[in-house]
Design a protein around this ligand. Sequence first.
Ligand code: ADP
Ligand code: MG
Length: 474
Amino acid sequence: MAAGWQDVVRDAAAVREAAAVAVDAALLAGVLMRTGEQPHSSDVVNYAPFTLLPSAVPRALFEQACAVQQDFNLLVDAVSQNKEFLEQTLASTIKVDDFTARLFRIYMQVLEEGLAQTVFLGINRSDYMFDCGLDGKAALRQIEINTIAASFGGLTSRTADVHRLVLKVLGKTEEASHLLPNNPAKGLALGIAKAWELYGSQRAVVMFLVEEVQRNIFDQRCVENELWNRNIRVVRKRFRDVFEQGSLDASRRLYMDGQEVAVVYYREGYVPQVYNQQNWEARLLLERSRAVKCPDIATQLAGTKKVQQELSRPGMLEKLLPGHPEAIARIRATFAGLYSLDEGEEGDRIAATAIADPDRFVLKPQREGGGNNLYGEELREVLEKVKDSPERTSYILMDKIRPQPALNYLLRAHSPLQMSECISELGIFGVYVRQGQELVLNEAAGHLLRTKAIEHADGGVAAGVAVLDTPYLV
Ligand code: ADP
Ligand code: MG
């Protein structure tokens, strides 16, 4: 923890006063979420959970994460265009993981038909933790890269103002002035606007493909409003709306009830539960269309845990990014130990190691959204069960990252104010646009810091575990 907070973090009266100011500031700034009780209405809303104090982040690691983002954009884009790599990498996974298999089938189907889409838009978020080595020196370690529906770029554009005020209330005016400006909402909208422009139809709209239950609507509204500011029309639709209203014309332009769609921005579609037969048909219709999908199905596949693990194999980055040795070095420097559980000797060996020493690892299935990974005793039990069956290959293993905890307060509506030992995860947003073979935009678009109490191994803000935070560089 930054030396600066030690004096206030245990001062109960000061903390109580600052927390009251913080909550009202968050409401005023629009750091909002719909409630669990009324998730379909904005009549009653809460502030989104956040930390009372900004969390210390080593400056060098923060800068390293920002500096590697354009490289990761390049890599994801390269993977998404490499059919051979995706086919080989996912071959074992799709035999046992039905969800990845269905996505892969759509991928093959649209390739066979030939892509109508010519403009490509990627919005991703690369997430990191700060591993505390034995020598006490922290290292940046990538947890994963999210290539679909990476969230909180909107709300986090507003949290730095809240924390700036909190620090002032606590008598830390000088420190308050050091908090970085951050506006991912603007950066994401810039990418969407560029893709919309290159699509080339003034009348066409941007379609946010949203969930049935939209508790996090305000996060999305931040990006939407940036588009309206640029006089770009935005519509919000669900998969079922696409099934009912969507159609393609002869040149595979996408229409929703007669309204042409230039860009489809998915904030949904990354978990199996949302896909019934109709929604799979809707997804296929979107993928076949000329509209710019963010992401297209290939880029969604590029974000799977299995791809992440294969990228860490020696020589793999060199194959995927020939002629980019410096980018490769920067990317590789962020990798944690990742291990394949494919059938064969290599998988047998690492499975046995993990069963013998489960606390060294995290076991990950091909799922997104938090709460799916396995740790400790549970990891051991599951691995014991699947170790001699093909089901083993639906998982990957990863070294467990151990960050240094720090004291903070997690502010949540209807929860008591209570000090917790916390760890943080830093996300950097990336945006890129490609037209045919030419990359016309490639940028880092701001950051997201999420913090949670150490007793939770897993889970993000949407899952109710982590809360929004602001980095304080030290
Ligand atoms: P998801 O797609 O569900 O977000 P992640 O890979 O991001 O999957 O893992 C979810 C959470 O689990 C992370 O936010 C982090 O808190 C924790 N986690 C994941 N990988 C590791 C790891 N290697 N070491 C420690 N914690 C991890
Ligand atoms: Mg994650």
